[in-house]
Design a protein around this ligand. Structure first.
Ligand code: GLY
Length: 357
């Protein structure tokens, strides 16, 4: 199981990292970042003795942006590790969002057949999703995450103070995955996520709720690390959500991942209610929260064929069916649910009606 630790304040971070790096004191420490985290986050980390542990020439910096999660960037990381004499007993620190934790995890897992890596997620979305669970990889041949391996991080260091520099939209994007974790866990956690105040990520209460949210994913992944069964539940909201996300990219009006997931949750909770009797009051409270935090994606029934076509191409499907992870109640998970296209369109009708289109 991946270890989660928290540095509540920036001053705690170098101390926490020195403790981690002590286990590698016979070898070398490397760090991967992107142009943004190099400027905004690295200075908080390379102080309090960490400057000596992590020399300048061991910092590997990529251009920011998902298009750089590429084979060229991967080669560059391997080259630096190789030229600077990294060994299987070295450590790679990944400082960034999902792009950095994905490619850094993959580079480390394949270098000399695998060296350790520690993730330091700098966005709320990466913290609650990409940085944990061991999915590593790169985009290839125009396809997202086409090449990769399951390989857990040695540790995930949670630093909520990094999120202070995020705008409201990027915070909300991570919040969508927290809402999903609330729905997958229990009434108490769902309610605390519903009431969460995103305006100050440095409050201790925020940190505690964040850790509980991450533990929901950790517990699921521990039971099914390679997504043969239960882990598919983490796709709640994502079958419709991914269709919304790629449709907005095609329309040249891309939305953040979490927004698409939140709107996907509206449709998939509707399906959960219709097919599995998901409780109406919990449904109502959740979808009003989504409308409040995320607003709405405008589309019309003319777009249904394009959206359902995208759902047909979802990686999780078997055969020609569109499959969902749905809920009969909070924490009552039903994976591999085949839903007819007519009912999916009914959920889109509901979405449009609810959002006032
Ligand atoms: N993002 C879903 C998973 O890690 O399985």
């Amino acid at each position: 199981m991946e270890n989660l630790t928290q540095a509540r304040h920036a001053e705690e971070l170098p101390t926490r990292l020195r403790e981690i790096c002590r286990h590698y004191d016979q070898d070398q420490i490397f760090l991967l970042c992107d142009s943004n985290t190099h400027r905004h986050c690295l200075p908080l980390l390379r102080q309090g003795g960490m400057e000596a542990v992590l020399p300048e020439e061991h910092i590997i910096c990529l251009e920011a942006g998902d298009k750089h999660k590429s084979i060229d960037s991967l080669t560059f990381i391997w080259q630096v590790l190789s030229q600077k004499g990294a060994t299987r007993h070295s450590l790679l620190l990944n400082l960034g969002g999902g792009m950095i934790t994905d490619i850094g995890g993959f580079a480390a897992s394949t270098f000399k057949r695998g060296m350790d890596f520690v993730n330091l997620p700098t966005t709320l979305l990466a913290c609650v999703d990409a940085a944990q669970g061991g999915k590593t990889g790169i985009n290839f041949n125009g396809l997202k995450n086409e090449i990769g391996v399951f390989s857990p991080a040695k540790e995930i260091v949670v630093c909520p103070f990094f999120f202070q520099s995020l705008d409201r939209q990027n915070l909300a994007s991570g919040y969508a995955e927290m809402l999903k974790h609330g729905l997958l866990s229990d009434q108490e956690h769902w309610l605390e996520v519903l009431r969460l105040d995103l305006s100050d990520c440095c409050r201790p209460e925020f940190g505690s709720i964040l850790l509980r949210s991450m533990q929901v994913k950790t517990a699921i992944v521990a039971q099914d690390p390679t997504e043969k069964g239960l882990r598919k539940s983490l796709n709640l909201g994502h079958t419709v959500g991914h269709a919304f996300e790629s449709w907005t990219h095609e329309q040249s009006q891309p939305v953040l991942h979490g927004y698409a997931v939140a709107w996907g949750l509206v449709c998939e909770l509707y399906l959960s209610m219709r097919l599995l009797g998901f409780p109406k009051d919990i449904f109502q409270q959740t979808i009003y929260q989504i409308k409040d935090v995320f607003g709405a994606l405008p589309f019309s029934c003319k777009d249904y064929p394009a959206l359902t076509e995208k759902m047909h191409h979802d990686k999780k499907n078997a055969g020609h069916n569109i499959q969902f992870a749905l809920l009969s109640d909070i924490g009552q998970i039903h994976i591999d649910q085949v839903v007819e296209e007519k009912l999916i369109e009914e959920s889109l009708d509901f979405y449009l009606d609810f959002m006032g289109y």
